[in-house]
Design a protein around this ligand. Structure first.
Ligand code: IPM
Ligand code: MN
Length: 384
């Protein structure tokens, strides 16, 4: 793993690390995948002697149905009082008839907003052992290691005015960005780039949108604070094509909220499955960790969902909230080792081979074991 410019120096395990983690399993496959992420975190805590506490709270469509809000006040208080939030997924067709305020997605957006985490990190790595899971040619994707930084609290998702207006038979949304909103997320991306390959591409639509022209100006200005990092600007339409044809060309990618939402689903194709991608939303009062995938209602409750996105998010929690980069590296190494050993959830197998798939729990347990093995071998190594 390359050093990461965002992490403070690792202090070693001299004091007992205590962490209160708010767990929001949510809807669909959310509870299944977060269970495995918690399993891996518990294994780390037990092995290293850390005190990690987990408290579950409702969010999403289930919370709307049972508590009258997709992000009830008690969940909000729990999250704000915690050291980190681990979320599964929200949504499902059974909630489509709910009013806008009760929709599961409204709960997730309220959570992100109340925590204030404005920088959403979405890494996409093409692991060699599952390179054939991508419809893209192996030689094109091998070596891909993209860190997408998506602005999370601005743009079309949050700007006013917005309305669905029956009277005028029309609807509108607003894309608004302030210099300050652009600056703060750009700094996160540049800092990350400093600790990685020192190149950053900023994605916008500056040939059409004023918000993008401001974005470009501000990012260019922030770049002067980071002389070691080379900056390239790209237009979102051609970037969408280039990232899939030549993904190894990119390292840190910085973009606004909606573009980042779309482009990160696209980069998951390089990683082999939407179920693979983790995320960390940082910069706020409390940081939030969630896989980028949705609630996958078609496979919910079957125990077959891919927990790797959720477990990878737990690794990011260790890195950014717990400041335990060694432990984070060990979880990521365990993910890679589990895949290398041939373990696959159904999403990583062609339809004819799905009978051989491992369950969500089997993969979670194996990654927990392999994490402990990786921790032991690190300890043995550093003792020499
Ligand atoms: C994501 C999701 C969310 C988003 C939805 C569920 C609100 O698609 O995290 O990418 O659009 O941000
Ligand atoms: Mn999305």
């Amino acid at each position: 793993m390359r050093p990461d410019g965002l992490i403070a120096e690792y202090g070693g395990g001299t004091t007992t690390m205590k962490l209160n983690i708010a767990v929001l399993p949510g809807d669909g496959v959310g509870p299944e995948v977060t269970r495995e992420a918690v399993r891996v975190l518990r294994a780390v805590a037990e092995h290293c002697g850390y005190d990690f506490r987990f408290e579950e709270s409702p969010i999403g469509g289930g919370a709307s149905v049972n508590f009258g809000s997709p992000f009830p006040p008690q969940s909000r208080e729990r999250c704000l009082a915690s050291d980190a939030v681990l979320l599964g997924a929200v949504g499902g067709p059974q909630f489509d008839t709910l009013s806008a305020e009760l929709r599961p997605e409204a709960g997730l957006l309220a959570l992100r907003y109340c925590l204030g985490c404005f920088a959403n990190l979405r890494p996409a790595i093409a692991y060699e052992s599952i390179a054939d899971c991508s419809p893209l040619r192996r030689e094109r994707i091998l070596g891909t290691n993209i860190m997408m930084v998506r602005e999370l609290l601005g743009g079309l998702y949050f700007s006013e005015p917005r309305a669905l207006d029956a009277a005028s038979k029309s609807a509108w949304n607003t894309m608004r960005y302030s210099e300050e909103e652009i600056e703060r997320v750009a700094r996160v991306a540049f800092k990350l780039a400093e600790g990685r390959a020192k190149k950053l591409v900023s994605v916008d639509k500056a040939n059409v949108l004023e918000t993008s022209r401001l974005w470009r100006q501000v990012v260019t200005r922030v770049a002067t604070e980071f002389p070691a990092v080379s900056l390239e600007h790209a237009l979102v339409d051609s970037f969408a094509m280039n990232v899939i044809t030549n993904p190894t060309r990119y390292d840190v990618v910085l973009t606004e909220n909606l573009f980042g939402d779309i482009l990160s689903d696209e980069t998951s194709v390089i990683a082999g499955s939407l179920g693979m991608l983790p995320s960390a939303s940082i910069g706020g009062k409390v940081d939030l960790y969630e896989p980028i995938h949705g609630s996958a209602p078609d496979i919910a409750g079957k125990g077959i969902a891919n927990p790797i996105g959720a477990i990878g998010s737990a690794a990011m929690l260790l890195r950014y909230s717990a400041k335990l980069p060694v432990e984070a590296d060990c979880v990521e190494a365990a993910i890679e080792a589990a895949l290398k050993s041939g373990m696959r959830t159904a999403d990583l197998l062609p339809p004819a081979e799905r009978a051989k798939a491992s369950s969500t729990e089997q993969i979670g347990k194996r990654i927990a074991e392999l994490t402990v093995e990786a921790l032991k071998s690190r300890a043995a190594h550093s003792a020499v």
